[in-house]
Every structure is written in C-alpha cells, then in structure tokens.
Design a protein around this ligand. Structure first.
Ligand SMILES: *[C@@H]1O[C@H](CO)[C@@H](O)[C@H](O)[C@H]1NC(C)=O
Ligand SMILES: *[C@@H]1O[C@H](CO)[C@@H](O)[C@H](O)[C@H]1NC(C)=O
Ligand SMILES: *[C@@H]1O[C@H](CO)[C@@H](O)[C@H](O)[C@H]1NC(C)=O
Length: 309
C-alpha cells in the first residue's frame, strides 16, 4: 500500500510539472517559461494574474537563470522581458523599477532610429528594442520572501483558495466583478478554471460561498455568478462545460428554458437559488474559481513528500 502511495505521489508530482514554477536557488525565486507567445502587455498581465512579474535580466544571476530556463524549455529566442519605456522617452525600466542602464546587459544600438518601447532578449544575452505588438514567449518570475506561506492544501501561494472535503476541490471567491471571459482568464492564471458544477453538493458549496460573502439579495439576475459552461456554438445551442462535458453529465438544473437564446453568445452562471442561467458577453459579476488540489503550482516536492510521510 505504501509502495503504491509513493508511486502515485511521484506520478502526481510528475503531472504537476507542466504547470509549475521552478525554484532557482541563485535568484531565490521561481521561474516559469511561457512557451505560448503573447504581446508584451498580455505577457505582463499573464504574469501579474499569476501573482508574479514578467522577468527581466536585472542581475547576472537572473539573466543566467532566464537564459537557462529558455534553453531547457526548448523554445526559440527571443523572449519578451519585463522592460518597457515608461512614460518618459528613453526611460527604460523593469517592472520592479530597475533601470535598463543599471542592468548587466549591453545597451542595444539603434543606429539613429527611435527605439521601440518594449524589449526582448536573445540567446546571446543581448537585449533589443522591440515593438510591443509582436508575439513572443516570456518568463514569469516570483521572488521568494519570508512573507510567502505555501498553501499546501491547494498547491498555491494564494491563501484565498480553500479546500472543500465534500467535493475534493479548492475554491476561491472573487469579489471584483468581471466579464465571464475576464473571470475565466483570472481563474486560468491562478492555475484553475471557472467553477464547473458537477452535482447538487457542489452547487450547494458554490451558492453558500457566494451567499456567505456577498450582500443578501433576492433571487434576481444580480446574483447570477459566472460558472464554467457556455454556448460553444451560438447558432446550434451547444451548451457544454469549459472542459467540453455535456450538460446532462454535470449539474443541469436550469432556472428557465435555455432555448430562448439561440444566436446569442451566452455564458453560464448560477443564481442564488442554485439554478443555472445565462448572461451576455459584457455582463460583469462575481465568480468562483475552482482548482485541483493535486496540482502544485510551485515546485516544493521534497516538502510535499515530507508532509505526506
Ligand atoms: C547605420 O546607418 C547608416 C546610415 O543610414 C548605414 O549606412 C549603416 O549601414 C547602418 N549601420 C548598421 C550597423 O545598420
Ligand atoms: C524562501 O524563503 C524562506 C525565508 O527566507 C526560506 O525559509 C525558504 O526555504 C525559501 N524557499 C525555498 C524554496 O528555498
Ligand atoms: C425582494 O423581493 C420582494 C418581492 O418581490 C420585494 O418586495 C423586496 O423589496 C425585495 N428585496 C430586496 C432586498 O430587493
């Protein structure tokens, strides 16, 4: 039994790797290479939503760690780095406020032309000025600190995720209203997804979480909170969860007959009554993110193993 448990744990730790931030002792922080390219601003936002920053080669150690991380990940350079001209011509600084001129990199030449606003780094350690609209891979960096306390139950540093033993998932209530797409983006960056309600028990968990924290209201449209299903094909009324599951295989208790919204982009939600309903693209609401507790977002394997045995 113990053997099986060890094997399962190792498999589990292996599965988690693809999503993971990897610790680097030289920089006392975690790096995560994002292979899928984004524009500079989207890359900045992605790292921000992951509670990290778009990495910059502000020290020799960070520069080396970044170059190694890219080599290991097997992607091609250049990558975006977290340096941008901020409000003042010629004032290039990292997100953390370190000026480009103070970094251990060769200041790039532009041979008389106006440099672009964003910056990238190439394999030969050179940084260059880049348009912010190009699409490049990038690295997010999270600095370690004494304040950080790892949430082992949910596999993240975010203390707002709570494990629920009834459903076996972790949940976080977001009290900043966002559109359905914006909400889903936040949940994905946090290593989860908009809550997918599988059964009555989970519907109760989600409704209680919403009711506990939010002002009491009638069972009105106001209380429609985003959840993880939508109409994948608006003309054909193809309601599926964000993971592609058919609605009759998950919680499927509707407030209204859903057939009236043909041809309209419709995004899923749950009312205070626990019934499902839909909202439009622009509608903003509070929402609950769900996260698989088995996915450890930061590499902490020794500690995880130590905790289990
Ligand atoms: C710099 O600009 C000058 C004048 O436009 C050009 O002749 C020269 O080849 C350029 N040098 C480089 C390295 O691009
Ligand atoms: C992060 O910093 C704390 C406090 O300095 C330290 O105890 C901990 O070991 C560090 N984390 C890792 C993964 O080294
Ligand atoms: C709830 O609904 C009832 C009847 O529709 C109404 O009288 C009452 O004012 C509503 N309460 C709130 C807080 O909206």
């Amino acid at each position: 039994m113990l053997k099986l448990q060890i094997i399962l744990t190792l498999v589990w730790a292996g599965l988690a790797l693809c999503k993971q931030y990897k610790y680097n002792a030289d920089v006392d922080g975690w790096l995560k290479v994002h292979k899928a390219p984004l524009t500079w601003l989207e890359a900045f936002m992605k790292c921000h939503l992951e509670d990290a920053v778009l990495a910059s080669p502000s020290t020799a150690e960070l520069r080396t760690a970044m170059l190694n991380a890219v080599e290991e990940s097997g992607i091609d350079f250049p990558i975006y780095i977290g340096i941008k001209e901020l409000f003042v011509y010629g004032h290039y600084t990292s997100i953390e406020g370190v000026q480009l001129e103070d970094m251990p990199v060769k200041f790039p030449s532009t041979n008389g032309t106006k440099p672009k606003e964003c910056m990238s780094m190439t394999r030969d350690r050179a940084v260059t000025f880049n348009s912010c609209d190009q699409w490049w891979p990038y690295i997010c960096y999270k600095k370690n600190s004494t304040q950080l306390k790892y949430n082992f139950d949910c596999g993240t540093f975010d203390p707002a995720y709570h494990y629920n033993s009834v459903t076996g998932s972790c949940y976080k209530l977001h009290k900043q209203a966002r559109t359905w797409k914006g909400a889903n983006k936040v949940c994905v960056a946090e290593g989860g997804h908009l809550v997918i309600i599988n059964d009555q028990k989970e519907a109760d968990v989600v409704v209680n979480l919403l009711k506990e924290k939010l002002p009491q209201k009638n069972d009105s449209f106001d209380l429609l909170s985003h959840t993880g299903f939508y109409n994948w094909n608006s003309d054909l009324l193809t309601f599926l969860t964000i993971h592609g599951e058919k609605m009759d295989t998950v919680y499927n208790n509707w407030y209204n007959n859903k057939n009236y919204i043909k041809g309209v982009h419709a995004f899923g939600g749950i009312l205070g009554s626990g019934r499902l309903d839909i909202g439009t693209t622009a509608r903003e609401a509070y929402f609950v993110c769900e996260k698989d507790p088995n996915i450890q977002l930061f590499d902490q394997q020794e500690r995880i193993l130590r905790k289990i045995y």
